[in-house]
Ligand binder design. Sequence first.
Ligand SMILES: Cc1ncc(COP(=O)(O)O)c(C=O)c1O
Length: 387
Amino acid sequence: MNEQNIYLDYAATTPVDPRVLEAMLPYFSEHFGNPSSVHRYGQQAEAALEEARELVAQGLNCLPREVIFTSCGSESDNLALRGAAFAARRDRNADHLLISPVEHHAVSRTAQQLARLHGFEVEYLPVDEFGQVRPEDVEARIRPTTAVVSVMYANNEIGTINPIAEIGAVCRARGIPFHTDAVQAAAYLPVDVHTLHVDLLALGGHKFYGPKGVGALYIRQGTPILPVLTGGSQEFGLRSGTHNIPYIVGFAQAFHLAQVERQQRTQHVKPLRDVIIGRVLEETPDSRLTGSMDRRLPNHASFVFRGVDGNALLAMLDAAGFACSSGSACKTGDPEPSEVLTALGLSREWALGSLRVTLGNRTTAEDVEAFLQTLPTLVQRARQLSA
Ligand SMILES: Cc1ncc(COP(=O)(O)O)c(C=O)c1O
């Protein structure tokens, strides 16, 4: 086992920022009240909850009332899709779901289940070779019976950023609810919901140095939506369950820091990312960048290597001290190439050899150099193993 320990998987999760942890700590055992309680313990917790909601609303440029706290990004996506789909069916007999083919499973599997169990029709939008959705394609496919349109802001596997504001404008003009999964995007991109013309926007705390197990969903006032989690009617009746105050406080603090430090965080990771992309393509034979070069997350580099087993490469990188990632399928040891890479039109020979390198606040130029020194040899070795 190598002594070196270099984390290059910030799209999977990030460490909790010490400032976030500090803000959370008093709410575990000191201010532990339930915000639904009438007494002063409850009032104190409620004050923290509403302060957190206001902080998140500031970052989203929306009303506090439009922020719903959830348990994770996946839950936010589920509430957006299921909640909007069921409301649209109830109100206007709509049963058509229009989504991109490269959505995270939190969206795609939810849509598939709505189709399988509840009779909705799922239509997939086309994407270009970079995984980008074109607003014209949304315009051409949207119907009066479309219940909800869902297109992710930035893709987790290939880092591509979608033209959300333009797609949002198309949906708004047709009066159809538009959801975007901003779970990856929010770490680096502005999430002003007015500029983006979105009705629903999902966030997850652990992608921007907040804790795991907490998320939020922006729901534009007036958007028809039904709750998924029913019970004590917390979160304006849209998400029941006793509030997880320490995590909500941490989420809000982390989200706030992501807004105020966006520029400096971007300036830190982007040049390092560009060095990685340039040198990997130059120094590793039969390599390709996946996703867009210019419209991609500033901390995200992703590649495919022809004739390489991505799992083997990840294991070798790990043994050499580098924590990276691959397409989602590889994580489970599934020999099938990732659905995202297949949607881009990549052949199996290329798509099985995927690698995702995502940077963050602790990544240094030395880390990047060490990685670049190691990678070509490991790709060559993995290729020989596959031959
Ligand atoms: C684009 C995207 N959506 C949704 C999720 C799910 O978020 P969570 O892990 O908070 O449930 C992820 C997590 O990887 C993601 O990258």
